[in-house]
Structure formats: C-alpha cells, structure tokens
Design a binder for this molecule. Structure first.
Ligand SMILES: NC(=O)c1ccc[n+]([C@@H]2O[C@H](COP(=O)([O-])OP(=O)(O)OC[C@H]3O[C@@H](n4cnc5c(N)ncnc54)[C@H](OP(=O)(O)O)[C@@H]3O)[C@@H](O)[C@H]2O)c1
Length: 314
C-alpha cells in the first residue's frame, strides 16, 4: 500500500520534489494537488503525468479522505501554519525547508506533532541519498579536530531573492555539520551583507564549521572536512537534484562514486518509511530540525555587517 500524498503549492520546489521525483518513488502515490489557481494545478498535473490526482482550487481541499500526508511546497513563512493545519486534520507533513522561520515556531510544530504521533519531515533531501550514509560513516571514522568549510551559492534572480539566505541554506549546512558533531554550537562570527553571509561556529569541543553562502553569486555547493589524518570533499551537494546521479566523495586524493536515484526520490521513499515506521524515528526527525533552528536563531542574534567580501567565492 502506498502513501497517498497531497501537494499544496505547485511552484518550483514542488516540480523538483514531487513532479520529477514521484516516478522513482514507488512508495508514494500523488492523489491530490492544490494551487490557489486551479488551472495551475491542472498544468502541474499535465506536466508531470499526474493524471489521476484530484485537483483542488484551495489548499484546504487537499486535506481529504484520499490523502494520508501532505507535501508543502509553500514559501517558508507559510510552513508553520500549514503544518499545524495538516496535523490537525490527521495528515503527516513533508515540508520544504526551512521547516519554520525560527525555533519558537519549530517548538509549536513539535508540540502539535507530539500530540498526534504523525510525521513532520523537513525537506533536506540530500540526507536521503545513499551518499549520506557513506559520508556519515567516513565522518564517524575521522579522528581529532575537524575544520568544516561549506560554500553554498545560488544565483537567484534579484526580483526573487527573499533576503533569507541563512535560513535558506542552513538546513543543508547544519545537516552536514551534524554528521561531524552534535549541534551544540557556539557562534564565533556571523557576518551578513546584502545577499551574502559568512558564519563560523564552534561545534562541540573539536569541530569548527564555516559557511559562506550567497543568493547573488554563481552556483557552487561544496563541503570540505579537514582533519588530522586527511581531508574529505563533497564537490557538488545538489548534483542529484534532477534525476539518478552518481555523487563524488573525494577522500585523501581518491575519488569514490556513490550511485542513487534523485535525492528527491529518495526523500519521498524515506518520508513514506518514516510515516509507517517506529514513532521514535518521527520524534528524532523533528528534533533534528529543531536543533538546526536553534542554531539559526543563535546566528541571527549575532549578525554584524560587512563580511570580508574578498574571501567569498567570486
Ligand atoms: N529543496 C529544494 O531544492 C528547494 C528548491 C527551491 C525552493 N525550495 C523551498 O521551497 C519553498 C517554496 O519555494 P519555491 O521556489 O517553490 O517558491 P514558488 O515557486 O514561489 O512556489 C511557492 C508556491 O506556494 C504557493 N503559495 C504562495 N503563496 C501562497 C499563499 N499565500 N497561500 C497558499 N499558497 C501560496 C504558490 O502556489 P500556487 O500559486 O500554485 O497557489 C507557489 O507556487 C521554499 O521554502 C524554498 O526554500 C526548496
């Protein structure tokens, strides 16, 4: 029996996370699609061969008997309200990242979720590719102090930039950091200027993690882990967004390839498993998002202007 999924918001993220991914995720059936404009939902269904899906003209209509769970492809400021609404209707939630705009909103979601035992998963799709398990194993085997350097730049057209570059990339970044140490992070530096940010954290007692991120600079998404005995590099974090991909891990000068479906197809399968699996896994999935939101709050409390722009990628 597949998980019956309703989609709320037929925008760019939904096209990737659902439209292109569902054919490679047999555990999920898309049974309903909502847009505020019914024609847009119809066009989404036609573009992605979702002919059997019920078309809803208002998002509330998705929360029907033919839906077990919803995907929220909505702007970040709507995630909390729609997650709470879906939980109240007895539906599990796969929400685009960021799950919420701050830790207080995340805590309200956690409270509501705990009453239902349903799943709430933040869409950090890279964590579900087989690549992730390999990274976790390599990080666990690395010894001594680590320096983590992450660069995530999305070249977003000026009119579409939200001004929330930290919130946009932190779910990915902090998920990577949490492979190396638990997220009890102290903020060392947090610079922001326009659509560029640069942050340094001390994580636990042996990891220093630096993020350089931008909504204005050419695409780049790399993560490098340096430790006493060598280095590990992930040359393109989002390479598996569009379809089945082999992803590279460079370790001490040797390149290893890990094959998989698209990260979004793995995410749909993982979400179906989470909905049906042990309650404890559902609690842990949300705890991980809350830990990331707390770090984002701590960074925001420490912003200073004027990053040293000469150290940013071009
Ligand atoms: N995982 C990824 O790779 C990835 C990529 C891009 C974005 N994202 C995340 O996905 C989320 C959406 O981003 P996006 O780029 O997809 O934005 P988008 O293209 O603007 O799509 C957002 C959709 O939300 C719906 N919407 C907007 N305002 C609404 C409202 N007031 N009430 C109900 N529905 C509303 C709209 O759907 P209708 O017009 O159809 O109603 C719109 O198509 C963001 O949180 C972003 O961070 C993730």
């Amino acid at each position: 029996v597949t998980l019956r999924l309703g989609v709320i918001g037929c925008g760019r993220a939904a096209a990737l996370a659902i439209g292109r991914a569902w054919p490679d995720a047999p555990e999920v059936t898309v049974t309903a699609l909502a847009s505020r404009d019914r024609e847009r939902a119809r066009a989404f269904a036609a573009a992605h061969r979702l002919d059997g899906a019920r078309i809803a003209g208002v998002p509330e209509e998705v929360l029907g008997e033919d839906v077990d769970a919803v995907y929220l492809g909505l702007p970040g400021e709507l995630h909390e309200a729609w997650t709470l609404r879906a939980l109240a209707a007895g539906k599990s939630v796969l929400a685009e990242k960021p799950l919420a705009l701050d830790a207080a909103a995340g805590a309200r979601i956690a409270l509501a979720r705990a009453r239902t035992e349903l799943a709430v998963l933040e869409g950090v799709m890279i964590q579900h590719h087989p690549w992730a398990a390999r990274i976790a194993a390599l990080c666990a085997a690395a010894e001594g102090a680590h320096a983590l350097r992450t660069t995530i730049c999305f070249s977003i057209p000026e009119g579409r930039r939200t001004g929330r570059v930290l919130e946009d990339v932190a779910p990915y970044w902090l998920w990577l950091v949490s492979r190396s140490a638990p997220l009890d992070a102290a903020v060392v530096r947090a610079h922001r200027r326009g659509d560029d940010v640069e942050v340094t954290l001390e994580v636990g007692d042996r990891v220093t993690a630096t993020l350089q991120a931008s909504h204005a600079r050419p695409y780049r998404a790399t993560h490098v882990i340096e430790h006493a005995r060598g280095a590990l590099a992930l040359p393109d974090l989002f390479r598996a967004n569009l379809g089945p991909q082999r992803l590279a891990i460079d370790r001490d000068g040797v390149r290893e390839w890990i094959s998989g479906r698209s990260a979004f197809a793995h995410q749909l399968s993982a979400f179906a498993t989470l909905c049906r699996g042990p309650a404890r896994a559902r609690a842990e999935a949300l705890d991980a998002s809350l830990a990331r939101l707390r770090v984002v709050d701590a960074i925001r409390a420490r912003w200073t202007p004027d990053p040293p722009a000469d150290t940013m990628p071009p």
